[in-house]
Design a protein. Sequence first.
Length: 444
Amino acid sequence: MNTNVFTRDLDYELFKYFRNYSEVNFVDNQLKQSKTTEYEGKTLRLIKDKKLALVSGTENIPDGVLLKKGNDALPFASSANFSFKGFEKFSQDSSSLVNESDFIQTEKSIEHGKALLDRLSNLKEFSDFSYSMTLWSAKEAIRIGNSSFNEKEFDRSHSGFYLLTKRVMPDDILILYFVSHKFIDVSEIDSWLSEIDFNRTLELSKNIVTLDTGKYPTIFHPDALMSMLISLVKGLSMKSVYEKISPIKDKLNQPIFDERITIIDDPTYAKGTKRALFDDEGVPCSKKKIVEDGVLKYFLTDLEYATKCGVEPTGNGFKESIINDSKLMGAQPSIWATNLDLHALNDGPSVEDMIKDIKNGIFIHDCPDSWMGNIVSGDMSGNITQGYKIENGKLTGRVKNKRYSGNIYNLLGSQLVTISNEAKMAANGADKLPYIMSNDVSIT
């Protein structure tokens, strides 16, 4: 950072971001491409006369030029009720959150991909399926300095692959996704396929069954629960509280869920893709129970809404993209959680026992558009892209063209039946979540 340009009399923040991303793509069982991309940029936020300007550019833009762009933008900038000054306490040491196991050479990725696809191609009972996959490895570096503290930084990494299986029939197109946020050795392929119940999932998915419109006992897979929790995060946002649109705005230290629900926002989770030392405003991140035994303990906030509401910032201001894992450099930070951990129930049932307890219901594995409802209120409605009918304690086949609807505060509250005794990493690579069962879920 050029201290001759960014002096302490300025009210500013300079955010720098570096990302190296490599991927290998296989399409229909064949290697298609491998590529590596790099991005390095920076964003200046400048406050003057209660105006907040934001300008961004690539790393090679001189700081003086960026500062001039910021000053030029001030007359057209949005209002600001906060300052980057007075936060000397947020100064901290730089550190690394990189996992060395995330760095896999391209040749190794190709070897892994070919070995897995060869193994799948030899499954004669699924010879009518084709397979595509992407293996990736990414490293990020986040650097930030402002009027209160000198530049600090941390770097992190993540890697993994996703496998797409496809079966095209005259009356049905079946697409299933399987995700791993770690590379598996060639010797581990069979154990991984067993762990994700690959064969049974494909066999069940081939069998299409009907499910009448109605209300059913429903088991939500961790991937489905992951999508649902976006609604909760919006309700926990201090922005929603300030705007008086959060249904839990007056519920601090009061029950909002069943007493079996405990949820932690955990930026320290070593396996989580959203691990962080500080947020994208330089506020240190900390592990915190946002819900404990069903009781709301924390709202999440950034600098802007912490100032508006007269509370301390919680380290949850991020320039996150919901499309991928990169940063939105031209955007103001928004309020997001880091890695969410919804506790499994130590004395709870296994998912198999949960299925056995249902006479007529549904198992929802994936509903990626759950956030399409009025999510701040907790209302959700989503397409069931992967769901299975339960009859007399057994999964019997895949349901098609169905939606579920419900409210997160009811599904984890009065409608909650039980929570599994195991938790899994969800598809986003950040959230560690159990299976949950809720009653009277509307299926249309």
